[in-house]
Ligand binder design. Structure first.
Ligand SMILES: C[S@@+](CC[C@H](N)C(=O)[O-])C[C@H]1O[C@@H](n2cnc3c(N)ncnc32)[C@H](O)[C@@H]1O
Length: 260
């Protein structure tokens, strides 16, 4: 089993829905990663939101390039992305900035049970990392509107070029995902040992059904159990050379002709 890129501590798994009280008293610390971009450390999960070797590098390398979304947007094609674990929105900001730069239409759906408050998002300064302060400020302003606790629910925000950001706040395993909708899936929960409910075969099957034929899922984890689970769900899985500090990560393509 390859070691995870997210900085992890040796703690027992957290089950879905466990101790909401603990979850809401999570302490979030801002840390600087190897490429100068910032991330958060969550006391609840005992892990960082991104690779400590470089948050921006990980996002670009694993998610935008790994799923081919960077190429799709550069070709000015419309793209539909699902992210499991929206977090502070760094993967989103980089994807939305690429879409804006190329005049492409982006439909982006982010799943998360909570998004840190606006002051925390602002302190991460991800707008200057992504090269689009406008998109980052738009996200921060939206988040500020709801105060410290963002209610569970479904939020839709308009993006440039007829694009759309949909945020579904709540337990990700309970979300009804549309079938064959997404060109790309960013699978970015915390480490499988700490966040096991988002790495199960049952959940991978839901993600498989939601992926368009030919669409690609990418994840930073190269763990054997994750690879076997994605294969069992129906994906064609490849180990790819990782970003700095990480030997490999996984991409998983839905075959062009697939059962569901
Ligand atoms: C590693 S962080 C994601 C970082 C993010 N992709 C970014 O670019 O900022 C993992 C996220 O998964 C969320 N998460 C963990 N378990 C979840 C669950 N069962 N349902 C919904 N969200 C969950 C956490 O709240 C956290 O924001």
């Amino acid at each position: 089993m390859t070691s995870p890129t997210k900085q992890a501590s040796r703690l027992s798994p957290i089950q879905a829905g466990q101790s909401a009280e603990n979850f809401h008293s999570t302490e979030l610390r801002i840390l600087c990663t190897g490429d100068g971009s910032r991330t958060l450390h969550s006391s609840y999960y005992g892990q960082t939101y991104h690779s400590m070797h470089g948050a921006e590098h990980e996002a670009l390398h694993v998610f935008l390039e790994g799923t081919n979304i960077a190429k799709t947007l550069a070709q000015q094609q419309r793209a539909s992305v699902l992210e499991v674990g929206f977090g502070v929105g760094l993967n989103f900001l980089l994807t939305a900035t690429a879409a804006e730069r190329h005049g492409a239409t982006l439909h982006y759906t982010g799943l998360d049970r909570c998004i840190p408050d606006a002051d925390t998002l602002a302190a991460l300064d991800h707008g200057s990392v992504a090269g689009s302060c406008a998109v980052a400020e738009f996200l921060i302003a939206w988040r500020r509107h709801y105060g410290p606790d963002l209610p569970e629910g479904h939020y839709s925000l308009c993006l440039e070029n007829d694009g759309l950001l949909e945020l579904v706040i709540g337990e990700a395993t309970q979300v009804l995902l549309p079938e064959k909708r997404y060109d790309a899936i960013y699978l970015d929960p915390f480490d499988p040992r700490r966040n096991p409910e988002l790495w199960t075969l049952a959940f991978f099957r839901l993600l498989f059904a939601a992926t368009k034929p030919g669409g690609v899922l990418a994840t930073y984890s190269a763990a054997g159990a994750v690879r076997r689970g994605l294969i069992a769900a129906g994906f064609i899985v490849e180990r790819c050379p990782g970003p700095p500090g990480k030997r490999e990560y996984l991409t998983a393509q839905k075959p062009q002709v697939a059962g569901s």
